[in-house]
Design a protein. Structure first.
Length: 438
């Protein structure tokens, strides 16, 4: 489609449609696709923010939006009408979820389809009819859209959670994933949480995390000075399970982009951070520079890394399916498969075995994943403990997690479900186990 003479709103909506197709049909990484397409279109910051918000909603609600669209079409769309379908989905999201002005959502989406090359421009009348109906029946269709949260998850994923946690809990998790997550902040130790909660218009969560509504992070007080960093409530817990680490040498495996490295360094530890991804390590380096913290950075495979200096403890945030982070990364819902979970479980086992070999007797190893899949969490640890007589589980206490006993499993591990503390904004899904070598 030609970019000449397109209005600002029309360009933004075209970028949204193209990015949605790139992620859902071609499995392109969301950030890469959006950066490329927004850059090509020359979007200004305001339009880019609109596109990002629209796409987050579309991806979080992709399954239910497609189901609703199907119910509004008598005969359905031809299989090759991919542009038209994506345009309709973004239009419905604007009308029902963003409550964008009807004339903009309808007229510019219709114009977008009219400008398509080939046969799809012939669907502009259909697009107009569907979106005008959505405008007339907003409340009714929104209620229908919200009725079945499980539709916004692949069947294999919902079934996995239903088996692990029960159908009601799985449905509660699915519903929590439809919401926009808050902005969670980890404050440097030594700074007054009460004072910074006021400065940031935030609340203090039971574990010390500051929580506020989303906004321009870089414009908030203290960001440029490096007084804090963005880190989900759940993701901030595992590093705290090492206890007092002042003066200790901690090995942070699979460390990038560095939230846990910054926690460890800010707590007074000497940190060696290992990650195999050079681009993610650049983000880690940037975060350390902004916060004035330091760590020794190693670009290496965590399953083969060789220690030159003994460490006291190890934190392993293993590569995983990231199914616990779907609120913040909804593209993962439609790019990960059941097979990916199996493949990643094998990778986790290799890294965990190697990490334990590096752990000294009496040392602590924290294994954690931002996944809700038992095969990546509890099952992974139980298999490891059965095969490793020198490994022992050290139970986590409620007093270590803000006295929120619901976060502790019967085995004494950490399990954060996105549906917990829903009234306070929920959290990412996270699992962690604490092990020691005897």
């Amino acid at each position: 489609m030609s970019k000449q003479n397109l209005s600002s709103g029309l360009k933004a909506r075209e970028v949204a449609v193209r990015t949605l197709m790139a992620v859902t049909l071609k499995q392109r990484p969301f950030d890469v696709a959006l950066d490329d397409l927004a850059g090509q279109a020359g979007l200004n910051p305001r339009d880019r923010a609109f596109v990002l918000n629209l796409l987050m909603l579309c991806l979080r609600r992709y399954g239910s939006l497609k189901g609703l669209l199907s119910s509004l079409l008598q005969t359905g769309l031809p299989k090759n009408a991919t542009w038209t379908e994506a345009a309709l989905l973004t239009g419905l999201a604007q009308i029902l979820l963003m409550r964008t002005a009807d004339y903009a959502a309808v007229n510019e989406t219709v114009t977008l389809v009219k400008n398509l090359p080939g046969k799809e421009q012939g669907f502009s009348g259909l697009v107009n009819a569907v979106l005008r109906r959505a405008s007339r029946e907003q409340d009714k269709l929104t209620e229908k859209l919200n009725k079945w949260p499980a539709k916004d998850l692949p069947k294999w994923l919902f079934d996995s959670w239903a088996e692990a946690y029960g159908k009601d809990t799985a449905s509660a998790i699915a519903r929590s994933l439809q919401t926009t997550p808050p902005l969670d902040i980890s404050l440097k130790p030594g700074l007054d949480p009460e004072e910074w909660a006021k400065k940031l218009d935030a609340i203090i969560m039971p574990t010390g995390t500051l929580r506020r509504t989303v906004g321009d992070v870089t414009a908030l007080p203290g960001y440029g000075e490096g007084h804090w960093w963005v880190q989900d409530f759940a993701a901030a817990i595992p590093a705290k399970l090492l206890g007092d680490i002042n003066g200790k040498h901690i090995l942070d495996l699979c460390a990038a982009p560095g939230g846990k490295t910054m926690q460890l360094a800010a707590a007074g530890a000497t940190v060696t951070s290992v990650d195999r991804n050079k681009n993610r390590l650049k983000r880690l380096e940037s975060n350390l520079e902004r916060t004035g913290l330091s760590a020794k950075i190693e670009n290496a495979d965590a399953a083969r890394f060789i220690l030159n200096t003994p460490v006291d403890h190890i934190l392993l945030d293993a590569p995983c399916s990231a199914t616990g982070t779907l609120r913040r990364n909804p593209d993962v819902i439609w790019t990960k498969t059941e097979q990916d979970v199996g493949n990643l479980s094998a990778v986790q086992a290799r890294i965990l075995n190697h990490a334990f070999e590096l752990l000294p007797v009496g040392g602590t190893l924290i294994y954690c994943v931002c996944s809700l899949e038992p095969s990546e969490g509890i099952n992974q640890i139980n298999k490891f403990l059965e095969a490793t007589p020198s490994a022992k589980r050290v139970q986590i206490q409620a007093s270590e997690v803000g006295k929120i006993s619901a976060l502790i499993t019967p085995d004494g591990d950490l399990l954060c479900l996105p549906s917990l503390l829903a009234d306070e904004g929920g959290m990412d899904g996270f699992y962690a186990a604490r092990l020691t070598k005897v």
